[in-house]
Design a binder for this molecule. Structure first.
Ligand code: AMP
Ligand code: TRP
Length: 338
């Protein structure tokens, strides 16, 4: 079989299930805007079908989906340069997901750490959708033949499964139809940690609001959360090795590097030797200058939801021009009459 070369195309998604935070921004949104600005065709998605794998209040889901769209745009993802969509408005995602449900194996799904974490001890009571979640995620990506997927570190295992599904489909049907997608997990801040505990990921599900910076926080709140962030009593080292076993210090340096488009080495070259009494105000100033304008812009966009809905309808139309022919060809390969 000859190797097909696939045109580079970027796809990524975020769940509309609550407030966006600095981890989403540095691990995902900011990097989506960077990828788009490199000129590669990019498709970014609010994954509302993924959100309902756990119970959602319908009115909140609607609001969160629009707010996420505003978050994408305010973070620099342009609906003119990228295709911006809401998952359920492009039905081919769910249609391909069914095919992938029949390709993926129960054993593969059962090994996913996100499934184990979210289902917890009571897996019997979890939804079937939560178990099948990664097959829908593979469909999101492969319905566009996307080749590159920028995400945070926590999504690595799901992307490996996406590769397994593509490879098994290609193998079972003797085709070279789906690309083997590359995860793009890079930069200083692929795993932003809680501001209260350097061993825990910054997450919207942390009960303490002080543990994260929300993209909707105002300047004062951002500065205050950084001032109060947990640290240790030592000065910053001038070499990366000096951050070993100092998770809180490492996290703040990573955040600085991510926000300022620098490497950790560069940040330490500039700030090594400083006490946190000096470094934290510098970080607070940087974070306020980058994050506060996003929150202002999100609020502005949210004041006109009709415009957001119009942009999403337009995105869905553009997306379907790519997804519909790929689904048609998939059905042909599988043997559906049509
Ligand atoms: P979620 O909010 O879990 O749907 O995640 C949306 C995107 O943000 C995914 O690409 C995640 O990998 C990324 N992400 C979430 N939390 C973090 C974090 N603490 N650090 C870096 N990236 C994150
Ligand atoms: N599972 C991802 C998360 O929780 C969201 C997601 C759904 C996604 N489909 C995707 C990410 C496709 C990248 C590509 O963050």
């Amino acid at each position: 079989m000859t190797e097909t070369t696939f045109t580079p195309r970027v796809f990524s998604g975020i769940q509309p299930s609550g407030d966006l935070h600095l981890g989403n921004y540095l691990g995902a949104l900011k990097r989506f805007a960077d990828a788009q600005d490199k000129g590669v065709q990019s498709i970014y998605c609010m994954v509302d079908l993924h959100a309902i794998t756990v119970p959602q209040n319908p009115a909140d889901l609607k609001r969160s989906t629009r707010e996420l769209a505003a978050g994408f745009i305010a973070s620099g993802v342009s609906p003119e340069k990228s295709i911006l969509i809401n998952q359920s408005q492009v039905p081919e995602h769910a249609q391909l997901a069914w095919i992938f449900n029949c390709v993926a194996r129960m054993g593969w799904m059962g090994r996913m750490t996100q499934w184990k974490d979210k289902a917890g001890k009571n897996a019997e009571a979890a939804s079937l959708g939560l178990f099948a979640y990664p097959a829908l995620m593979a469909a999101d990506i492969l319905i566009y033949h996307a080749t590159h997927v920028p995400v945070g570190e926590d999504q690595k295992q799901h992307l490996e499964l996406t590769r397994d599904i593509a490879a098994k489909f290609n193998h079972d049907y003797g085709v070279d139809f789906f690309p083997i997608t590359e995860p793009v997990i890079e930069g200083a801040a692929t795993r932003v940690m809680s501001l209260r505990d350097g061993a825990k990921k910054m997450s919207k599900s942390d009960p303490s609001d002080a543990s994260r910076i929300n993209l909707t926080d105002d300047a004062d709140t951002i500065a205050k959360k950084i001032r109060k962030a947990k640290t240790d009593p030592d000065a910053l080292p001038s070499e990366v090795e000096g951050l070993k076993d100092r998770p809180e210090a490492r996290n703040l340096v990573n955040i600085y590097a991510g926000l300022n488009d620098q490497t950790v080495e560069q940040v330490l070259a500039d700030h090594g030797g400083q006490q946190f009494g000096t470094f934290k105000p510098a970080l607070a100033e940087l974070a306020v200058s980058k994050i506060a304008p996003i929150s202002t812009e999100m609020a502005r966009l949210m004041s006109d939801v009709t415009e957001i809905d119009r942009l999403l309808a337009h995105g869905a139309e553009q997306a379907r021009e790519i997804s519909a022919p790929i689904l048609k060809k998939t059905y042909e390969i599988v043997g559906m009459v049509g």
